[in-house]
Design a protein around this ligand. Structure first.
Ligand SMILES: N[C@@H](CCC(=O)N[C@@H](CS)C(=O)NCC(=O)O)C(=O)O
Length: 219
């Protein structure tokens, strides 16, 4: 039996970060798909009182909030380590993870990815171009800073891959499916190059929306 159960929704970039981290660790896991429209009702609310995904279950222990889950996984599955031993690289990793949650997700991804992908594909909505255009200056600020922090390194926080790469790659890959990606990538060419390296990894290839939907039995 799989030691880890991930409650998530196919397509969720946060869910993908958890699944891809389990893949990097070579851990056995099971996806428990949260059916569309049920995240704000029981039984999911008993797992996550804020009605979000992902939630990780491990030997009866439940934990939500992706950063907390990723750090938990790195503690219980220490090899390969995804946290730098150097305090400054570890600080950069933490900083990048917070940039993801505070500045990329809020006001950029939750606008552009929602308007371009979630709304049209899952809710039958038409993208609101004015709302997307309004988010673009914020998107440029975030991309410029991620690009500056990446610099010439192989990975975002270090020469080795860290939890920051695991969290940010699914989010940027989601945005890469939108037309807004082209100008953001053109202005910050080290970011698409990094994303290409990340997407080539078995962990990311195993956890695309399509792969996770197949695991969930919804395609
Ligand atoms: N702070 C949360 C954010 C999780 C989140 O926003 N998840 C989205 C999917 S990527 C979600 O649950 N959306 C469904 C909903 O809001 O009902 C975390 O880090 O886990």
């Amino acid at each position: 039996m799989a030691a880890f159960i991930v409650h998530s929704i196919p397509g969720s970039p946060y869910g993908r970060a958890v699944l891809a981290t389990l893949e990097e660790k070579g851990a056995a896991y099971r996806l428990a798909a949260v059916a569309p429209g049920t995240s704000k009702s029981e039984p999911h609310l008993a797992r996550h009182p804020f009605g979000r995904v992902p939630v990780l279950e491990h030997d009866g222990y439940l934990i939500y909030e992706t950063q907390a889950i990723l750090r938990y996984l790195d503690r219980v599955l220490p090899q390969p380590s995804l946290t730098p031993s150097d305090p400054q690289a570890a600080g950069l990793m933490d900083q990048l993870m917070n940039i993801c949650d505070w500045y990329l997700m809020q006001g950029v991804s939750n606008v552009i990815a929602f308007q371009r992908i979630i709304g049209p594909q899952l809710l039958g909505l038409t993208p609101d171009e004015a709302v997307i255009a309004e988010a673009m200056p914020r998107a440029h600020v975030v991309f410029k800073e991620l690009s500056r922090l990446l610099g010439n390194k192989s990975f975002l926080a270090d020469e080795q891959m860290t939890l920051a790469d695991m969290l940010l790659a699914p989010h940027l890959d989601f945005l890469a499916q939108t037309p807004e990606w082209a100008p953001l990538a053109a202005a910050n060419p080290n970011l698409p190059a990094w994303l290409q390296r990340m997407n080539a990894r078995a962990s990311l290839r195993a956890t695309t929306w399509q792969q996770v939907a197949a695991l969930a039995g919804v395609v």
